[in-house]
Design a binder for this molecule. Structure first.
Ligand SMILES: [Zn+2]
Length: 78
């Protein structure tokens, strides 16, 4: 298991997501941003907007996706 925080995804807080793969933690971050939006948390608004844009433009977002996968791969197991 590895841990990646909301901040490592470009978000505003230090909430940690744990997962076996990069996809797991990306999904957890996506859910976290959705929950924050639902809760009316404006500090996560920009990050949520960016994440939404990524799903709409998957090709343009490949760079970001690779970067997140690389960041995850470089993390120590915990
Ligand atoms: Zn957050």
């Amino acid at each position: 298991m590895k841990t990646m925080t909301c901040r490592q995804f470009g978000g505003p807080c230090d909430l940690a997501h744990r997962g076996e793969t990069a996809d797991d933690v990306i999904k957890a971050q996506d859910q976290h941003l959705k929950d924050a939006e639902k809760a009316g948390d404006t500090t996560h608004f920009a990050a949520r907007k960016e994440m939404k844009g990524r799903w709409l433009h998957p090709k343009k977002s490949m760079g970001w996706y690779r970067e997140m996968k690389q960041t995850f791969a470089d993390l120590p197991e915990s």
